[in-house]
Design a protein around this ligand. Structure first.
Ligand code: APR
Length: 258
């Protein structure tokens, strides 16, 4: 048996009889769906585009059209993607463990497409647009039908206050939707096991959730073919792609079920 198989077996042993599992995911879980991660050398989005110019609240205020067009480019790249075996394996865990909550940093909606039913989208989703000023409360969603067309390719405008419209995704320098972060912390602290998949574990506050879980007594598993900030603190580190490791884990758990 190789090391990866042994680590998957150890993970299955940790999950046996568990009531509450939290799965924290990052861009790596969608890599095998053909989507780029953010920080991998050469191919990562921030290895190719400047986050300061294109990914912050101030960059949108400085040049709304540039950032609107960049986000539309990212959205177009995501639109055709389908869940991969890693997403489906996480959705299947709901049939094997009583309570499974997915906390994702991703904005691609692939966990929901794969069948996961309780997904906390910490960084929002491309599936919705909102008023930049959140003029009627955070968030003030605006449908395409309600939005006022922008002049000369500029982003559309809010019909209530005239501010620009933007995707409901969290930009750098912005706080997360308060309710979401509170629930993410709560379920992390209440979990028996946290399974972390496909994140570099760098961006806060998501990167602190594994530590909240461990401090409250949870076991920690990390799945990543590369090195990340979470691995050294994990009880089990499965150094493999999610699309390979997670179906093997589910098969092992199903086999034990029978
Ligand atoms: N399976 C699992 N993990 C993988 C795979 C794979 N097939 N391929 C790559 N990875 C790992 C990489 O090794 C890397 O550690 O996925 C991780 C992706 O890390 P990042 O690119 O930093 O993405 P993420 O951690 O999700 O970034 C967090 O930063 O820019 C913001 O809002 C953005 O949500 C994003 C946040």
């Amino acid at each position: 048996m190789n090391a990866i198989q042994a680590h998957i077996e150890a993970t299955a042993a940790l999950l046996r009889g568990v009531e509450r599992l939290v799965v924290l995911t990052g861009a790596g879980i969608s890599k095998e769906s053909g989507l780029a991660t953010f920080r991998e050398p050469l191919t990562g989005i921030w290895a190719r585009y400047d986050p300061v110019k294109l990914g912050t609240r101030r960059s949108f205020q400085r040049d709304p059209k540039l950032v609107w067009d960049f986000l539309a480019f990212l959205h177009a790249g995501i639109a055709g993607a389908e869940p991969n075996p890693g997403h489906y394996a996480i959705a299947e865990l709901e049939a094997l463990i009583p309570e499974v909550v997915v906390i994702t940093q991703n904005i691609d909606n692939l966990h929901q497409k794969a069948g996961s039913t309780d997904v906390i989208e910490l960084h929002g989703s491309f599936g919705r647009n909102k008023c930049f000023a959140d003029c009627r409360g955070n968030p003030t969603y605006v449908s395409d039908e309600e939005a006022l067309p922008g002049a000369d390719g500029a982003p559309p405008r809010c019909p209530h206050c005239g501010a620009y419209i933007r995707p409901d995704v969290v930009l750098f320098e912005e706080t997360l939707p308060p309710g979401l972060l509170g629930r993410a912390k709560w379920v992390s602290r209440a979990s028996d096991v946290m399974l972390v998949v496909g994140t570099s574990g760098i961006v806060q506050p998501a990167a602190s959730l594994p530590y909240w879980a461990v401090r409250a007594g949870a076991k920690l598993i990390d799945v990543n073919p590369g090195m990340d900030e979470i691995g050294p603190a994990a009880d089990v580190f499965i150094q493999a792609p999610a699309g390979e490791a997670l179906p093997l884990l589910v098969e092992m758990l199903r086999h034990e079920e029978m």
